[in-house]
Write a protein of this length. Sequence first.
Length: 172
Amino acid sequence: MKKINFLLLLAIGLLAGTQSFAQMAVDKGTKFVNLGIGVGGYSYFTGSGLGLNAALDVGVAKNITVGGILGYRGYGNGVTSFDIGARGSYHFNEILNLSTDKADLYAGLGISYYRLSYGDTYLRSIGIADSYGTTYIPIHIGGRYFFSETLGGFAELGSSLATLKLGLTLKL
């Protein structure tokens, strides 16, 4: 947990310390697409497997986006999981008075359906379910940094299939 807190503070410090002329505007109609990989997690299989994830965020009001998330993770030996849901985020650029139009800091929560499948024929043969599904409320905090007007990178900490997600982000 100390490592995650340190990384979060470092990312905020680096993003807040950049200099430019204006803040990134997140208004109605602004669209972001995140595509990335994820590591870490909160289950028995935490240390294994690499997750793939995608998220779409659409501005519905000043500094507020809503959208969807989709994730998949394979752990080996036929064990897989997926996550699908909706989320909302608040973008802190204005409150933090960021002096750059390249950075976007946000946090939020959502509602998701999570399914874990064991793929174990032995479990089925003795009458035990080989999959598990549940609905939960994931939280997330993240940041984006744009290298150009439309392409950037993102990092996100959260409580979904992966604790840490990293990847590319597109502003449409």
